[in-house]
Design a protein around this ligand. Structure first.
Ligand SMILES: C[S@@+](CC[C@H](N)C(=O)[O-])C[C@H]1O[C@@H](n2cnc3c(N)ncnc32)[C@H](O)[C@@H]1O
Length: 250
């Protein structure tokens, strides 16, 4: 057999990218993410999200990415059987497309690495060498909305902790003493949560709620103290919000 006649299978390999599309309006997407979507052959999005990207996606085939697939602590809102079924479909679609040399993108809001529900894809398809394209997290967008440096403390006692906004979160108890700015994601139970913070911090501790960060029209910032925040927010507790607690707000 001639040396040059050996079949080159490497050229057949596809590409798997998790593309962070940024929080809020589409113009928060990086150029790198934009190009990755433009160059893609097939696209996965979460349910109801494809419309947002329709001009970029064009005629490319779109598949359901699910929510927290391939993750141990899933929150898929689907039954176990439905989750397994979708996971099998996704596996088949991705592996076939990859073997055909296609570029596959999984689209995700904000930044994938910050509580992203599609991180399970990285482990499941590790052998395909998947790559993450970074994005503007809601954390970055909300920081900008606050128009302030969010680093708490001074010099070697400074820091920021991103964590989950639930009273059961043991990290909050530990870090409340430390002077770190706390940024809480995924808060659902505002009432019990604020009461819990009041057991850990003084009642005049500043708190900010930044909602719909990165959306030009909807973005909102409410700054108060732990004692006054509930009155200030009233019945209008937004769903997409980050909660900041820290002296940097003073
Ligand atoms: C599953 S996490 C995903 C975070 C995402 N990966 C990111 O980088 O922003 C969802 C949580 O992020 C926060 N979040 C997402 N988008 C937001 C936005 N536009 N404004 C404020 N908070 C947001 C909320 O706390 C929400 O419960």
């Amino acid at each position: 057999m001639e040396k040059n006649s050996t079949k080159d299978t490497s050229s057949k390999k596809g590409e798997l990218l998790i593309v962070s599309t940024g929080a809020g309006d589409l113009d928060n997407m990086t150029l790198k993410a934009y190009k990755a979507i433009k160059n893609a052959d097939i696209v996965f999005t979460m349910k109801g999200e494809a419309g947002k990207y329709k001009e970029l996606i064009g005629e490319k085939p779109v598949y359901t990415a699910g929510h927290t697939l391939f993750m141990e602590e899933g929150d898929t809102k689907m039954s176990e059987d439905e989750t397994k079924k979708l996971e099998n479909e996704v596996r088949k679609t991705i592996r076939e497309a990859y073997d055909e040399g296609k570029k596959i993108v999984i689209l995700e809001n904000g930044d994938t690495t910050v509580y992203g529900p599609q991180m399970g894809y990285m482990k499941e398809f590790k052998d395909l060498n998947p790559k993450i394209i970074p994005g503007i997290s809601s954390f970055n967008a909300a920081n900008a909305a606050l128009q302030n440096s969010i680093i708490g403390g001074t010099k070697d006692e400074s820091g920021v902790t991103l964590t989950v906004g639930r009273a059961e979160n043991k990290l909050i108890d530990k870090l409340s003493q430390a002077g770190s700015t706390m940024v809480f994601f995924m808060n659902r139970e505002f009432d019990g949560f604020i009461e819990h913070l009041l057991t850990l911090y003084p009642k005049d501790m500043p708190i900010a709620v930044v909602s719909d960060a990165g959306f030009k029209e909807e973005e909102k910032v409410v700054i108060a103290t732990l004692e006054t925040i509930k009155d200030k927010i009233g019945d209008n507790l937004p769903f997409y919000k980050l909660i900041y607690v820290g002296n940097f707000l003073k």
